[in-house]
Structures are given as C-alpha cells and as structure tokens.
Design a protein around this ligand. Sequence first.
Ligand SMILES: Nc1nc2c(c(=O)[nH]1)N[C@@H](CN(C=O)c1ccc(C(=O)N[C@@H](CCC(=O)O)C(=O)O)cc1)CN2
Length: 285
Amino acid sequence: MAILIDGRAVAKEINENTAERVTRLANEGIIPGLAVILVGEDPASKIYTRMKDKKAKKLGIHSVLSVYPDDVRQEELLHDIRQFNEDKMINGILIQEPLPDHLDGNELLNAIDPHKDVDGFHPYNVGLLYSNANENYPVSCTPKGIMSLLKHYQVKLEGARAVVVGRSILVGKPMAALLENANATVTIANRHTRNLSEITRQADVLVVAAGVKHLITGEMVKKGATVIDVGIHRLEDKTLTGDVDFESVAPIAKMITPVPGGVGPMTIATLMEQTVDLTEWSHNG
Ligand SMILES: Nc1nc2c(c(=O)[nH]1)N[C@@H](CN(C=O)c1ccc(C(=O)N[C@@H](CCC(=O)O)C(=O)O)cc1)CN2
C-alpha cells in the first residue's frame, strides 16, 4: 500500500512558518495585506474565499474579501483592481476562479500589478516561470504547493519522467513548467489524449488535474509511481473524491495524495506564504 502524502500536516508546517514571518514583519511595523475578489454565487468559490479570509486573519495578515454580484460590470472590477494596486495596505490581489462568462478574465488579470499578483496568473509572472528566471516571482499556488509536497517527501525529480494530465492555466501548465525547471522530463496530456494509459504508465511522477472523476485507475499507473491528485468532486453523499480512483491506484503507487487532505490544504497555505513573499520582496526592493 502506498505512503499517504499528508497535505494537512505539511500545510500546517508552512502556516506556522508563515505566522513567524508575519510576526517578524510586524516588529518592523509591516503588516502583509491580501485582497480577494469573489464574483457571483458559486458555492465552492464561496467556501474557498471564506477559508482564505479566515486563514489570513488567523495568521495576522490584513485580509479584504470583496464580494460582487453575478452581473457586476467589468469596469467596476477594473476600477477596484486599480484601487487595490495603489493601496499600500495590500500586497497580494487575487480573483477567485471561475468567473461568470460575461466577464473578460484576461483583461482583469492583466490589470493586476504583477508585483501584487499573488496567484501568479499575470502574463508577466507566467513568462518568468517559463523562462525559469533566477529572480523572485509568484507562481500559481496549487502547483507551487505540490512542489512543496514533493520536496517534503523527498521525491526525486531530476531525471524523473513526469506526466501532467490537465493543461489549465491554474494547474496543468504551471505544474509542467515547475517540474521541467526541476529537471524532470515532462509530458502534458489531457482528458482527450489518445491511449492516455500508455503515457500515464510511463510516469514516475503523475499529477492529475483533468477535472474528471476517477479518470486514472490502477492499470494506468506504473508500479512505484508518486501520484498527485488535484481533482475535487463532491459526491451526492457530500463526501469528496478526486480524479484518481484511490482504491485501485493506492496498492500500485509508492506515494499518493488523498482527497480530501492532500493537495487542497496546500493551495491556501501556499497563498498565505506567497502573500508574505510579495510583502517582503516589495520592502526589500
Ligand atoms: N484565483 C484562484 N481560484 C481558484 C484557485 C486558486 O488557486 N486561485 N484554486 C481552486 C480552489 N481553491 C482555492 O481557491 C481551493 C481548492 C481546495 C481547497 C481545499 O482546502 N480543499 C480541501 C477540501 C475542502 C472542501 O471541503 O471543499 C481538501 O482537498 O482537503 C482549498 C482551496 C479553484 N479556484
């Protein structure tokens, strides 16, 4: 049976470290600030933004949760983003995904000051990630959190064959870039890939972020692989499950993330960590 990768435990360690950094900054009279923009009534987004606001406050981070109705105008959001850009109390700005269809998400993201882009979605920061730049810049929190998990569990990436199933801006693309930057040989697949199992079976490290419940089953996984499940699906009985069929994959894998308690908690811990990073970087020039 595979070793369970405990995202809650690693997230707790990261949060403890973040709280210490916040205290150190407070001693210099600096309070990190986070602004979260939520549009509409998506139930999961409401839960996640509330979790972000609560965790930020618990860690001593100044938190602003700005909630807008489903039919908010693009111009109102652009105006408020520009205000947050100018606000000295705010170091990180994020727009919760998904957004309603009538909004132009790219225009909104591009309006965020790249130095306050705590989600790392701005093209400027994506460009730095793809050029493997040797400087400080934010990276999408879920893949960055997965890299922290892989480091914590000493998963060897150099020379490893990694497969990422999913190609979103949020997870798949930055995940592949981070793994490549760590000297893994990376293949990006998606739910439409022909003979997907031929590709997934080559993976020493398999990251699944396809948004398809139980897409990956035991026979699609190489013996001894490390399997990271980014999917979150709420079942009718309210329990959560992932893109990986845990029952059939766990006996084959060497290590595996559960859902819940695997990748999810790392997203918010990394967001808090990165809010403090942005604060420190802005004060250290
Ligand atoms: N602007 C962004 N939007 C979204 C992001 C993001 O990083 N930036 N990621 C996801 C949602 N997300 C944070 O926003 C998120 C997802 C899951 C969890 C989490 O802790 N999951 C728990 C289960 C919690 C539950 O009961 O639902 C777990 O897996 O153990 C935190 C944050 C999409 N949007």
